[in-house]
Design a protein around this ligand. Structure first.
Ligand code: GLU
Ligand code: MG
Length: 443
């Protein structure tokens, strides 16, 4: 049973003095989109009659087949706390459907739902708990973002060093008003860098929550005269921003990764899931790390992974097993960054884990030492592979991974790969300041 019925929503719109409803969805490159309707149109919205032009959305459809319909997920109804509190604004997260009523294959939410259904048919619920890091930067006199921060704080520091403290507080309080359970928030390693963690949820809700989280962070930073960015590596030579994902499978309400009698108290299923992730981590890297800039984060020395290995504790490994056991048992994937499309990333990770389960894969032995400190020969001797070094290499790895392509489906994977190849080509033909500094005089 869902949380809200249509009648509940009609009543809430009336009782809460809601004037606008934002019908939201996400494009394949992870951008949140919306069309606002006035309260007078709410009945039509609830009857799935709100239309939009899919040809204007990146990666959606061609101009000849552009009419699409928004089907709101009633349980996502929430009031936006940062909008005026008289004549309020609410939002509904929607699925995109074709005119014949079928789910549109290019809607990332539909993509994730398809893979979730596969897991459900096997008896599993996929839970995800993301940890998003981001920077708060100052704006210049024209209000444009800079990469300057007046903040000298580091990991877990507090005011007066931490200048983002009050913005972070507002973000936490606003998200709580929207039903989030905030578990922790703190200053991160780099100056101006922050992290706010919220409670895990089933993957669909977790992906919705990530989109809401990013909107809240950006909006509330702007209200405080700051610019928030989820760009993975905005400042060279300092930590980048990750979006580690804690994953678990539940069966009949119990954490299926926990086995009190097994090695490391991890069930065989957990090891198979880890093996599946490791088998496809290169193949889904273009999804978890979607930008040219993502690959500037995946370098040694900043707690971001570069090599495909797992460990029960080591933060240089790609997959870590955090200490909690019992219902809190989970696998932490450390490669994703917060510029990713969470729907597609969860779909690919789940498909990879299920592949490990279906084929009964065994992970390679755990790597307990600091992998950054190993020589290439030492890594080769242990069979530790690298993550792709560029977006281009990641796209080619994705093209070669049928499990990832199948998880996305032919429409979304083709659109995604084409879009990302164009992005790579655009980057490749630029001449950067680094090249000028390095070569202009010497050659
Ligand atoms: N900022 C690091 C990254 O890029 C992670 C730091 C941490 O372990 O929280 O993934
Ligand atoms: Mg962190």
């Amino acid at each position: 049973m869902g949380k809200y019925t249509k009648e509940d929503i009609l009543r809430l719109v009336e009782d809460e003095d809601i004037q606008f409803i934002r019908m939201q969805f996400t494009d394949i490159f992870g951008q949140l989109k919306n069309v606002a309707i006035t309260a007078s149109q709410i009945q039509r919205a609830l009857d799935n009659e709100i239309m939009m032009d899919g040809s204007s959305i990146e990666g959606f459809v061609r101009i000849e087949e552009s009419d699409q319909y928004l089907y709101p997920d009633l349980d996502t109804f929430a009031i936006l706390p940062w909008r005026p509190q008289y004549g309020k604004v609410a939002r509904l997260i929607c699925e995109v459907h074709n005119p014949d009523g079928t789910p549109f294959a290019g809607d990332p939410r539909n993509v994730l739902k398809r893979v979730i259904k596969r897991a459900e048919d096997m008896g599993y619920t996929f839970n995800a708990g993301p940890e998003l890091e981001f920077f708060l930067f100052q704006t210049d006199e024209d209000g444009r973002p800079t990469t300057r921060t007046s903040d000298e704080a580091g990991y877990f520091d507090l005011g007066p060093l931490d200048h983002g403290e009050s913005t972070r507080r507002e973000i936490c309080l606003s998200l709580e008003e929207m039903g989030f359970e905030i578990e922790a928030s703190h200053h991160e390693v780099a100056a101006g860098q922050h992290e706010i963690d919220f409670k895990y949820a089933d993957a669909l809700r977790a992906a919705d929550n990530i989109m809401t989280f990013k909107l809240a962070v950006k909006t509330l930073a702007q209200k405080n005269g700051l610019h928030a960015t989820f760009m993975p590596k905005p400042v060279p030579g300092t930590a980048g921003s990750g979006m580690h994902i804690n994953m678990s499978l539940f069966k009949d309400g119990k954490n299926a990764f926990f086995d009190p009698d097994a090695p490391g108290q991890l069930s065989p299923l957990a090891y198979q899931f880890i093996a599946g992730l490791l088998a496809h981590v290169q193949g889904f890297c273009a999804l978890t790390n979607p930008l040219v800039n993502s690959y500037k984060r995946l370098v040694p020395g900043y707690e971001a992974p570069c090599y495909a290995a797992w460990s029960s504790s080591n933060r240089s490994a790609l997959i870590r097993i955090p200490a909690p056991r019992g219902q809190g048992t989970r696998v932490e994937l450390r490669s994703p960054d917060p510029s990713c499309n969470p729907y597609l990333v969860f779909a690919a990770c789940l498909a990879a884990g299920l592949d490990g389960i279906e084929h009964g894969l065994t992970p390679p032995p755990e790597i307990a030492e600091n992998i950054y400190a190993m020589t290439p020969d030492a890594r080769a001797a242990r069979g530790i592979q690298s993550l792709p070094g560029t977006l281009e290499a990641a796209i080619h790895a994705m093209e070669a991974d049928s499990v990832v392509l199948d998880a996305l489906g032919p429409h979304t994977s083709a659109q995604y790969i084409n879009g990302k190849l164009r992005e790579w080509e655009e980057y490749r033909t630029q001449v950067s300041q680094w090249e000028l500094d390095k070569y202009l005089v010497t050659y």
